[in-house]
Design a binder for this molecule. Structure first.
Ligand code: BES
Ligand code: ZN
Ligand code: ZN
Length: 487
């Protein structure tokens, strides 16, 4: 972990000094480390545009001018600018970093996101490479970060530390989501939760197959029938000091989705290792909430299995049982996420009775086709909750946009022979009808939201060749929880 220091007075003890600069009339004004440079000369080659980098070697240190673009800043863009810097320039950065903010009027507006990006830039995706990879300077034991800023350093330190803590959890989650299915069976998700719970002091229970059978989580077991690996049901509980609100999070933990007997086409199937993106958001939020010691009572549930093909696998048309007691006609075995979520949701409601229930899942291709990679689909039966989640999404740059769960869609999911079916059978309104399916299991809970994050959990990344994990949802949910407890 990188050592953090904050001081108001700038000195020349850091080997790499980062100076973020926003577009303004006189962009080099009041920047002490640049006093030996002619502003006029600098101006010819550096305009402070978004992501622009200029490297200035001086005798004692290397200065990195970093363009922030126009104000007001957006979280997403600040994170990306800093992440690009430490990712792309890792060969030129030393492990003694300085971040000069003395010239900024309101450093508290950028510091959390700056540090978040700065640390995220050190993530190395080559987990399974056998060739030696160049170490990132931040990995060094002696790595240190000195922030120069004039305002209240206690607030700044807290924000900076939060940016770092968030990045550390996100990077751990990147590793989990980017892991292939042969290295990431349901038990691996369970072990991640156990380790995290031990480290950050929250309760974790991981049920194995026998217990899952005993408890009657039939829909989870049905999806698991085609799998070589036994399922897991992960229950996490964190109770912060002074907690008044109980929030329940349920995340889809499909470690690989072949589609089952209704098999997917092969072209992009390898990406279905990321079909536990909802689980990743829940795991990461549990960890970060505990780390930040938020005064909230948080329950996380992750039903986990892969969706594979075998003689025992469920077939289209099969009718299965579920924890809720409702029977489900499985029209399409590729609509497996909603099946396991229905058990997770029903269990959450009966055993924990949360004030607020939020589920997250990489649930439908329809959500990807609707929003592309730029927003998750939000569904809710509560306007206040929907507004709070939207706001948290806007603040953190993990955007969500609301779609309806109107009753008129209910007919689409009616089954002739069972209580409900898992797919309308028609190629329309896929994300909405999936939400309608889930709504059937919330037992009239008045404060429920469903986030379909299929398009945003695993994404065209600026920091990898192929698509890779985004850890979407962690910053959104933690921000939502912080606002909730502020009231
Ligand atoms: N895991 C997929 C959804 C998905 C698609 C996630 C693309 C990420 C990227 C889900 O289990 C699925 O297969 N959904 C089907 C449902 C359909 C058969 C009703 C879909 O959306 O096509
Ligand atoms: Zn599927
Ligand atoms: Zn799936």
């Amino acid at each position: 972990m990188i050592k953090l220091q904050i001081s108001a007075k700038w000195n020349q003890n850091t080997e790499s000094l980062i100076i973020p600069i926003a577009v303004s009339k006189n962009i080099f004004k009041n920047i002490e480390p640049l006093s030996n440079f002619s502003a006029k000369n600098l101006q010819n080659t550096f305009k402070a545009q978004k992501g622009e980098i200029q490297i200035l070697p001086t005798e004692k240190q290397t200065i990195f001018l970093l363009g922030l673009g126009d104000t007001p800043f957006e979280a997403k863009s600040i994170i990306k600018i800093f992440r690009s810097l430490t990712h792309r320039q890792k060969g030129k950065l030393s492990n003694k970093i300085g971040l000069y903010l003395n010239h900024l009027k309101a450093p508290e507006q950028v510091i959390e996101y700056a540090l978040n990006g700065l640390i995220l830039g050190s993530y190395k995706i080559g987990h399974y490479k056998t060739t030696r990879q160049e170490a990132h300077p931040f990995e060094a034991k002696s790595a240190s970060l000195k922030i120069y800023a004039k305002s209240n350093s206690r607030t700044l330190r807290k924000l900076a530390q939060k940016g770092i803590s968030t990045a550390e959890t996100q990077m751990s989650i990147f590793g989990l989501v980017n892991a292939p299915s042969n290295k990431k069976v349901p038990a691996v998700l369970g072990q991640w939760a156990i380790d995290s719970g031990k480290k950050y002091g929250y309760k974790v229970e991981v049920w194995e197959k026998a217990k899952i059978e005993k408890k009657g989580l039939h829909a989870l077991l049905a999806v698991n029938r085609g799998s070589e690996c036994p399922p897991r049901f992960i229950i996490m509980e964190y109770k912060g000091k002074g907690a008044k609100q109980k929030v329940g999070l349920v995340g889809k933990g499909v470690t690989f989705d072949t589609g089952g007997i209704s098999m997917k086409r092969p072209t992009n199937m390898h990406m279905m290792k990321s079909d536990m993106g909802g689980a990743a958001a829940v795991l990461g939020t549990m960890e970060l909430a505990a780390k930040l010691q938020l005064p909230i009572h948080l329950i996380g549930i992750v039903p986990s299995t892969d969706n594979s093909v075998d003689a025992l696998a469920i077939k289209p048309g099969d009718v299965i049982d579920s924890y809720s007691g409702q029977t489900i006609e499985v029209i399409d075995t590729d609509a497996e996420g909603r099946l396991i979520l229905s058990d997770g949701i029903a269990y959450m409601l009966r055993h924990f009775k949360p004030d607020t229930l939020i589920d997250l899942a990489t649930l439908t291709g329809s959500a990807v086709r609707t929003f592309g990679y730029h927003a998750g689909a939000l569904f809710s039966n509560n306007d206040k909750l929907a507004a709070a989640l939207s706001k948290a999404g806007d603040t953190t740059g993990e955007r969500v946009w609301r779609l309806p769960v109107w009753d008129v869609y209910k007919d689409e999911m009616k089954s002739d022979i069972a209580d409900i079916k898992n797919f309308s059978g028609r190629p329309m309104a896929g994300a909405i009808t999936a939400a309608i399916f889930l709504q059937n299991f919330i037992e009239d809970h008045p404060n429920w939201a469903h986030l379909d994050i299929a398009g945003v959990a695993f994404n065209d990344a600026d920091f990898s060749m192929q698509k890779s994990a985004t850890a979407f949802g962690i910053r959104l949910l933690v921000n939502y929880l912080e606002n909730l407890v502020k009231k």
